[in-house]
Structure formats: structure tokens, C-alpha cells
Design a protein around this ligand. Structure first.
Ligand SMILES: [Zn+2]
Length: 355
């Protein structure tokens, strides 16, 4: 990945954007988009939108969700400990002992997730899985009054982890699900612009995917596209303990190309276009079967209004919904190229009606 792109991605990954609190990430994404898009804006829901070739036809919508999973402060007890709920789907086992960054009106506040020490757990408690309600956040406040001068009810937090490079093209970060997707759709629109597209390309950093693909639902209604492509992370199966699961979920390795979805959530003729674009441009890909609507923005896109010809391009990812998700940058570049070439091949005469 070239230096300029990676620099933007680092800046984007440095933002804190838990579900429903995506404003900071949205600003960084739009700043970058405004370098090449015809125009950029934010809709009432918070979706960040950039359009390339606005007068073109048909309309194509690309969606990558900007939000990451987070925590939300619900209650402060008399001793100043903060109790929280999840924004999106957590594995609570990950949380004890972690530091968190709480996003407040006056800046970031550091806290730690507390739990009873192992020595003090009863034998029964040791066998139990950790639940969110067993945990609290300690910001070092003396009492409830002081805590509420520092944080407010409803403030959101993320784990205290930064984006960094691993080796062999692998990068690790908190919230790569799915800022990597929001990055990819922006990059795809940038590349497509140079391919003389006939279509108008609306690329969207959607909000609130992690609580039910909500941003993509409203953005798709507003944009009313003929074609929609979602980019999210997809499980890779190249780590220990997943061998047996390949029979149920298929397989994908990091570095072997983006995952392309096939199944009822996707338009078969659009898939043909995607695979043709891959072949014509020598782009590697990995096909995965999805037997039902995916838990991605593709789910909302497909059933918007009278239906949208929908596809999914996923970035193979390890350790999803942990603070150390891992992806391969080459897969990201290939995903953007694949989408750019696919949408550049679509015009008003492109028949996408199944049959
Ligand atoms: Zn996601």
C-alpha cells in the first residue's frame, strides 16, 4: 500500500468511533474523500457519503461501516465505579483487566475494567464465563460526584489499543471491523474515477452496523441505488482451532485475496461481473457461501425499496471483535481494485435481473 494511503488509514484508525458515536471518524473520512469526490456530506443518520461522477447512471452504492464495537456507561455507583453495557457484540472474556478510552465532551478519559481477582473467586465462579454485568470501569474517581464531573451517563468507550503493523503485510488494530471496509469503499471509488465509469458512485461510511445494519438501511433508501456492494471483514480460517469449522463456514486465508460472497443475499449476475473483473485484471479472490442474509450492510442493501442488486466483498480477518483484529493489506488493495473494475463495467444497459 502506498505511503499516502497508509498514512490516511493510520489517521482514520486513530479515531474512536463506537456505534452511534461516529462523528470523529466521519470527519477524517470526508476530509480524505473531498480530495477526489464531486462532493461529500453527512445525512441525518450520520452516514458519511461521497459521490463520484454524480450525473452518471445507474447509481451504485458502496458501503463500509465506520462504527466499531464499544462500551456505554449506564450507571455510576456511590464509590464512583462505572457500570456499562456493550455497543455491539462483545466476548466479555476479553474485557477484564483492559484499559479503556472513554470519549467525553471534554476529551478522552482513561479507565480500567475491574473484576474480582482470581484468588477471591469461589470455585464455582472460576467455572463461570465472565458476563458484562460482573465488570465495572474504574477511572480513579473518589466517589459518584467526582466521577460524574469527569464522565456523563451515555458516554461511550473503546479499548485502549492502537493500530500497528505486524509483519509480512499484516496489520493489527482495534475496530478494523469495519473501518477497513469504510477505507476500502473510499479507495474503490477513487480508483474507479480513473476508469471512466458510466455509473454514479455513491460511497458511504455507514453508521450503526454493529447494532443491526441501521446506517446502510437509511443510506440505501436515500441514495436509491440499482447496485450495492458492501465491504466488511469476513472470518479467515487460517488460525488454530478452526479446521473443523471449514465444513460449515468454508475457508479463507489472509493474503489470498478478498472474499466474494455467493448465496441468497447476493445478486447472481452482479457476482458474474465481479468474477469477470477479477479474471480480466488478475485479481485473486476467495468465494464463500452464505446461506442466509449476512450480518453486514449487504443485508440492508438488498431489500431496500424495490430491491438492489447486491454484492459482498469481505476482507479476511482474524480475531474479529477483539481489540487485535488482523488483516492483510494486500487483500485490502485487491478488494478496492476488484470493486473499482466491477463498477466501471456497469452501465444502464447492464442486465442484473436474475434469470
Ligand atoms: Zn463489521
Amino acid at each position: 500500500m502506498d505511503k499516502e494511503r497508509l498514512e490516511f488509514f493510520r489517521k482514520y484508525m486513530a479515531t474512536i468511533c463506537p456505534t452511534g458515536y461516529e462523528e470523529e471518524a466521519s470527519r477524517v473520512w470526508r476530509d480524505e474523500a473531498s480530495k477526489f469526490a464531486d462532493r461529500t456530506w453527512v445525512d441525518l443518520h450520520g452516514n458519511a457519503i461521497a459521490v463520484v461522477n454524480e450525473g452518471g447512471s445507474p447509481r451504485i452504492m458502496l458501503a463500509g461501516h465506520a462504527d466499531e464495537i464499544g462500551l456505554q456507561i449506564v450507571y455510576v455507583d456511590k464509590n464512583g465505579y462505572l457500570f456499562f453495557t456493550g455497543l455491539g457484540g462483545w466476548d466479555p472474556q476479553i474485557l477484564p483487566g483492559q484499559r479503556v478510552r472513554i470519549k467525553t465532551d471534554s476529551g478522552i478519559v482513561l479507565g480500567v475494567v475491574g473484576r474480582k481477582p482470581i484468588h477471591l473467586l469461589t470455585p464455582e465462579e472460576r467455572k463461570d464465563v465472565v458476563k458484562l454485568e460482573d465488570l465495572w470501569i474504574d477511572i480513579g474517581a473518589a466517589d459518584k460526584e467526582e466521577a460524574l464531573q469527569i464522565v456523563a451517563l451515555g458516554d461511550a468507550a473503546v479499548l485502549d489499543y492502537d493500530f500497528t503493523e505486524l509483519r509480512n503485510g499484516l496489520v493489527v488494530g482495534r475496530g478494523l471491523d469495519d473501518r477497513i471496509g469504510a477505507f476500502t469503499v473510499l479507495e474503490a471509488a477513487r480508483l474507479a474515477k480513473d476508469l471512466n465509469p458510466k455509473a454514479a458512485i455513491y460511497t458511504v461510511a455507514t453508521v450503526q452496523e454493529e447494532i443491526g445494519v441501521r446506517g446502510a438501511t437509511t443510506a440505501a433508501f436515500g441514495i436509491d441505488p440499482k447496485v450495492g456492494i458492501a465491504v466488511d471483514v469476513g472470518f479467515s480460517t487460517d488460525t488454530p482451532k478452526l479446521d473443523d469449522m471449514k465444513k460449515q463456514i468454508g475457508e479463507a486465508d489472509l493474503g489470498k485475496g478478498p472474499i466474494v460472497g455467493r448465496g441468497p443475499n447476493f445478486n447472481p449476475k452482479l457476482l458474474t461481473h465481479v468474477l469477470a473483473a477479477a479474471k480480466a485484471n488478475g485479481i485473486p479472490y476467495q468465494v464463500k457461501s452464505f446461506s442466509r442474509p449476512t450480518g453486514t450492510d449487504a443485508r440492508a442493501l438488498q431489500v431496500s425499496r424495490a430491491g438492489v442488486a447486491t454484492g459482498l466483498v469481505a476482507i479476511p480477518s482474524r480475531y474479529m471483535h477483539s481489540p487485535s483484529e488482523v488483516v492483510h493489506l494486500t487483500d485490502v488493495e485487491n478488494a478496492a481494485r476488484l470493486i473499482a473494475h466491477t463498477i466501471a463495467s456497469i452501465d444502464d444497459d447492464t442486465d442484473l435481473i436474475p434469470g
